[in-house]
Design a protein around this ligand. Structure first.
Ligand code: FAD
Length: 280
């Protein structure tokens, strides 16, 4: 971990590239973002372990920056033996942070495996490896899409943190009040761990709309309408997106958010512009 971190406590997430060009590009992205001294980088993990090797390979390259790098790990579709082996491999490599998730199983991809929910994965990691790993888990200020109710989802979140998580990172959202409300409800259930907002820079409307539908993040009507009006004018979308997300970040930090986690989609510039706009 770098000793002189960015004062706002920022972190950046990557996905494992699947081409050589993507791998090369990520090195430049990593270096540009490392200059802002993040707390950590993280690397996503494909459903059912489908990117297991690419996630590890990407973590190795990203860690060369000297910044702590956490692989994401999901349990759905995996057996305990596979997870045990992967945890051992991570320990051998000197990895000491993880983002622990249930994940989503694409239809037709086999059984759910031995662990059904992220709280069971967190328990398993603690049973197998004690305090070796710092564990982050996911949080959903606008509710997980499968949750029967907001309250039930917060209870499930609290259970997952109490199973041994040190930190939570939220799904992205555009409504700061949803975050503050979620944090308040989680604190009322005894959750003390930091809950870091996940931030999605806006760069492409079609992609954003698709992701948001899939993960249950609401794009407010005024943002949707403005982005639609820009059509394929990428510069205007980027400028508007930068302003909206920078203001959101500022509001979150002013309201007590303990940091910001950026979904970079393996691009440096959109996250950097936002980081440089906000003040501590
Ligand atoms: P859980 O916490 O297990 O929750 C899933 C659902 O089950 C919720 O509706 C919850 O209310 C309910 N639930 C939880 N526990 C219980 C219980 N004990 N009993 C009954 N119901 C319960 N996906 C990937 O495939 N790879 C990634 O790398 C990845 N990274 C992510 C990073 C972040 C920061 C976030 C926010 C999401 C990420 N995802 C990733 C997506 C995530 O895997 C999905 O949102 C998935 O559907 C839920 O995972 P979870 O860990 O939040 O699940």
């Amino acid at each position: 971990m770098s000793t002189q971190q960015h004062p706002l406590g920022i972190s950046f997430e990557f996905f494992p590239p699947n081409t050589e060009a993507g791998r090369e590009k990520l090195i430049g992205v990593r270096d540009a973002l490392a200059e802002r001294s993040p707390r950590f980088f993280s690397v996503t993990y494909g459903a059912g372990g489908s990117t297991q090797d690419r996630t590890l390979d990407t973590v190795r390259r990203v860690r060369e920056s000297g910044i702590t790098t956490a692989p994401h790990l999901s349990c759905i579709g995996s057996e305990k033996g596979q997870l045990r082996e992967l945890l051992a491999r991570y320990r051998e490599e000197g990895i000491d942070s993880l983002v622990a998730l249930r994940g989503d199983l694409p239809s037709g991809m086999g059984g759910i495996g031995e662990l059904r929910y992220a709280n069971e994965l967190v328990e398993f990691i603690r049973e197998e490896t004690g305090d070796h790993f710092e564990i982050a888990v996911a949080a959903y200020p606008e509710s997980h899409p499968q949750a029967p109710s907001f309250e039930r989802d917060v209870e499930n979140f609290a259970r997952k943190v109490k199973a041994g998580a040190n930190l939570a990172i939220t799904q992205y959202f555009f409504n700061a009040d949803a975050y503050f409300h979620f944090v308040e409800r989680a604190r009322a259930l005894g959750v003390e761990a930091p809950i870091v907002p996940g931030i999605m820079p806006i760069t492409n409307y079609a992609k954003l709309a698709r992701f948001s539908d899939a993960c249950g993040a609401e794009i407010p009507r005024w943002i949707r309408k403005q982005l639609e009006a820009y059509g394929d004018d990428g510069d205007s979308i980027a400028a508007f997106g930068e302003e909206v997300i920078s203001r959101l970040c500022q509001r979150l930090l002013d309201g007590g958010a303990p940091g910001l986690h950026f979904y970079t989609l393996n691009q440096a510039a959109p996250s950097l512009r936002i980081v440089d706009n906000i003040v501590g």
